[in-house]
Design a protein around this ligand. Structure first.
Ligand code: ADP
Length: 191
């Protein structure tokens, strides 16, 4: 059985993590953020070093490592009873992040809704990410050049996912709203 999944898709600063964390508070929703998984790695381990090498430049981590870390984590969520595939929604935040990851995960996940958090105004995204840098422990949020590179990588590698998913599963949501307003737009699509 494939995991019933909701995909939060959007550029850095669009609010994927905020919505994922809110949804995770609701019983029946299990949030998995690939960025959080990477940041929780031991920075001195080989995968931890690789992550820093790529993310510090605003680049994506290679797909093999990304898929392995995600799969190990989801298997652990199932084994520990934190995620019950027959009952819960898996809320995907940051993964799949390119067309190859989508293809490789397609035997495991069924993406029933994509919430496309859209913010055409790049200034807003940059300001949000830069604002977050002061709070969180995120080196990749501090450097404006890296922020712009991540937005560019989103446009070239991640946004094309929208062409690979049936249009009736994609919901465009204006990300330039308050978190509760974005949440309301997400919830109206759920059964
Ligand atoms: P944001 O969406 O704000 O850029 P994330 O926390 O989702 O932040 O990701 C931070 C970094 O982690 C990315 O820039 C990238 O280097 C790495 N990363 C996260 N998810 C993936 C993924 N699915 N594939 C490859 N790299 C990833």
């Amino acid at each position: 059985m494939k995991f019933r999944s909701l995909l939060l898709l959007g550029a850095p600063g669009s609010g994927k993590g905020t919505q994922g964390q809110i949804l995770a508070r609701i019983p029946g929703f299990v949030h998995v953020s690939s960025g959080d998984l990477f940041r929780s790695l031991d920075p001195h381990s080989e995968p931890g070093r690789l992550f820093r090498a790529y993310s510090d430049r605003g680049q994506l981590v290679p797909d093999d490592l990304t898929i392995r870390i995600w799969q190990d984590h989801v298997e652990w969520l199932v084994a520990s009873g934190r995620f019950r595939p027959s009952a819960d929604f898996l809320v995907l935040d940051g993964i799949p992040r390119n067309v190859n990851q989508l293809a490789r995960l397609s035997s495991l996940i069924d993406i029933i809704h994509v919430f496309h958090l859209s913010c055409p105004n790049r200034e807003i995204l940059v300001q949000r990410v830069a604002g977050r840098a002061r709070q969180a422990n995120r080196a990749d949020d501090l450097d404006p050049k890296v922020i712009l590179e991540r937005i560019a990588v989103y446009e070239t590698e991640t946004r094309p996912l929208l062409e690979k998913i049936p249009p009736d599963r994609i919901h465009d949501i204006n990300a330039d709203q308050l978190p509760y307003q974005v949440l309301r737009q997400i919830l109206i699509h759920l059964p």
